[in-house]
Design a binder for this molecule. Structure first.
Ligand code: Z5A
Length: 214
């Protein structure tokens, strides 16, 4: 199945919420619908953007100014958009991206305390009118998410933040979901992976079916 323009689906949530795990479920639903989605992530997703990601996650860059972090994220996003996301959407391919600009509002806006209006300005500058068509927000208590990722590996620069930082991030994600209920579908990620996957299959399946019948 091909539409004239591809659809842009994003996955959001705090660390350990299960985005990577559930990305495979979304991909499977799309493939079953005859689509061949581009899987990608932010920050990163293209060669130069991945180098910017390394700078952003590197724990030895602890002193990075919040404005520099914000600009670096949008610089990486510009690269990623022009090199991979837009070319795919333009030829009708669907794009499935692990995190996008909602993460910037949540982490840099609420987490770091940067002005939302400045983020909105950069969003329009870099993306024009492009916004995700569908966003799955995996909502989880930060203590539970951090316990999942800390048992996995050495924490990166973001994962080294205090619990209160992630509480602000989570609250802002919930604010966004409240403001845009059509685009952002909130999923309780505190349940076991199979139960979460059933919700993901239903939401994405319904979304694809609705487009097919419209
Ligand atoms: N960032 C930003 O600040 N601003 C921005 O604009 C953007 C990003 C775009 C990217 O790091 C960092 O960049 C991110 C925000 C910042 N902060 N951090 N850290 P990343 O891509 O490396 O990190 P992540 O996106 O948070 O990925 P993650 O830590 O891997 O989380 P996840 O993908 O949501 O979870 P997962 O890998 O699927 O699962 C984590 C573990 O939990 C794993 O062992 C699973 O087996 C387990 N898991 C998953 N689901 C479950 C359930 N349901 N029950 C029990 N255990 C589970």
């Amino acid at each position: 199945m091909r539409t004239s323009r591809g659809r842009f689906i994003t996955l959001e949530g705090i660390e350990g919420a299960g985005k990577s795990t559930q990305r495979d479920v979304v991909r499977e639903v799309l493939i079953q619908a005859g689509l061949d989605p581009l899987l990608t992530r932010e920050p990163g997703g293209s060669e130069i953007a991945e180098r910017m990601r390394a700078l952003l996650l590197d724990k030895s860059n602890q002193g990075m100014h919040a404005d520099a972090e914000l600009l670096l994220l949008f610089a990486a996003r510009a690269e990623h958009l022009h090199k991979r996301i837009l070319p795919a959407l333009e030829v009708g391919q669907w794009v499935l991206c692990d995190r996008f600009t909602d993460a910037t509002y949540a982490y840099q806006g609420a987490g770091r305390g940067l002005d939302r209006a400045r983020i909105a300005m950069l969003e329009t500058f870099v993306q024009g009118s492009l916004r995700p068509d569908l966003t799955l927000l995996f909502d989880l208590a930060p203590a539970a998410g951090l316990a999942r990722v800390h048992s996995r590996s050495d924490p990166d620069r973001f994962e080294s933040e205090a619990l209160v930082f992630f509480e602000r991030v989570r609250s802002d994600y919930l604010r966004i979901a409240h403001c845009e209920p059509e685009r952002v579908r909130q999923i309780d990620a505190g349940r076991d992976s199979m139960t979460v996957a059933a919700d993901v299959r239903r939401i994405v399946g319904d979304y694809v079916a609705a487009l097919g019948s419209s």
